[in-house]
Design a protein around this ligand. Structure first.
Ligand code: AMP
Ligand code: MG
Length: 340
């Protein structure tokens, strides 16, 4: 009997919304074959969008080559190209989009523009098995509490100013701390916070379901400059305050929606203290606590790849002429055709 030949379909995804340039390759079944990340670390100060974009352009071919090598496939084996279309920093997004367009048109395969925030939720669901969670997505650029309802991921609460990860990063920079590849500022603050004992009062700003971190950051930075408190105690107090704020909003979303899972995703999800707070509220509401593994918590290409597959197999494709980047593309604007 002649054996039927089966060909696997593969997607390559490009993430470039901010400081990370990353390429993921996955099968259509959700097997992640490669997830290569190159992080841009500024010599000093915050992320300068054009400098980060220059980094992305410089490392793009190296990261692509490494991803193909890891996945053990050739560009000609790809069926689709997915890319982060927004939200994010303009120059960074444009660099990733240019690479994605060039690849898709050279190979003659479809292009799929993906919302970065949706991708953080979808990779979390893939990696933890969560089906219909309330999601707390906390990263360097976003702080969003969301849940699926009537075809979209609805935003229940979000930051009104800076993101939670950004708050930790700026404080760490003001304190003269150093980050390294593999140990971002948030992780440095976490280590110091473990040694903190004294809880210093900081502004706790929850407005309805929304959050504000900028006043709290100013207050913590002012206390730091006064030099009256130990850095460990300030890190501890900062973490306790900001994590309590996001936990409060997540709990209210959980109580309102009565979902049975809570998913923690985004770069800050790596934090053990935040994990324990979210786990506590999940348990109190008889919901399962799910946290994305750290490789997929930070910005990564695999999440774009996987969401590209979900979108493409449910009728979404992005013609080149509509592939312009969307700097302020909100989570709830996306029609999530693959979830029922
Ligand atoms: P992302 O924007 O998703 O790439 O995530 C990066 C953000 O996650 C930065 O603000 C980091 O400081 C933060 N982050 C990474 N690891 C930790 C950690 N262990 N605790 C708190 N924040 C973290
Ligand atoms: Mg990042």
């Amino acid at each position: 009997m002649k054996r039927k030949r089966t060909f696997k379909s593969y997607c390559l995804g490009i993430e470039s919304t901010a400081d990370d340039f990353s390429v993921g390759i996955s099968t259509f079944g959700g097997e992640i074959l490669a997830n290569v990340v190159s992080a841009y670390i500024p010599p000093e100060g915050g992320i300068h969008p054009r400098e980060a974009a220059r980094h992305h352009a410089e490392v793009a071919s190296k990261v692509l080559k490494e991803a193909f090598k890891k996945a053990g496939i050739k560009p000609q084996n790809l069926s689709i190209i997915a890319f982060s279309q927004g939200p994010g920093l303009g120059p960074c997004l444009r660099t990733g989009a240019t690479v994605a367009r060039a690849l898709a048109s050279y190979l003659g395969i479809p292009l799929v523009g993906i919302n970065h925030c949706v991708a953080h939720i979808e990779i979390g669901k893939l990696k933890t098995g969560a089906k219909d969670p309330v999601t707390l997505y906390v990263s360097g650029g976003n702080t969003i509490v969301s849940a699926f309802d009537s075809g979209r991921y609805r935003v229940f609460g979000e930051t009104l100013d800076i993101a939670l990860g950004n708050c930790l990063d700026v404080f760490a920079r003001e304190a003269g701390l150093r980050q390294r590849v593999g140990e971002p500022f948030g992780a440095v603050v976490e280590k110091l916070a473990e040694k903190g004992k004294r809880l210093i009062s900081l502004p706790y700003t929850v407005k309805g379901m929304d959050l504000s971190f900028s006043g709290l950051l100013t207050s913590a930075t002012n206390l730091l400059k006064k030099g009256e408190y130990k850095l460990e105690d300030l890190c501890y107090s900062l973490q306790e305050t900001v994590f309590s704020m996001v936990t409060e909003v997540t709990e209210r979303a959980l109580a309102h929606t009565e979902k049975k899972e809570v998913l923690l995703t985004g770069g800050v999800a790596a934090n053990k203290r935040l994990q324990s707070m979210i786990k506590t509220i999940a348990e109190e509401h008889d919901a399962e606590f799910c946290v994305v593994p750290s490789e997929f918590a930070i910005d990564n290409g695999a999440m774009i790849t996987w969401t590209g597959i979900l979108a493409y197999t449910h009728g979404v494709a992005t013609p080149i002429q509509k592939s312009f980047v969307k700097l302020r593309w909100r989570l709830e604007e996306v029609e999530v055709t693959w979830v029922r």
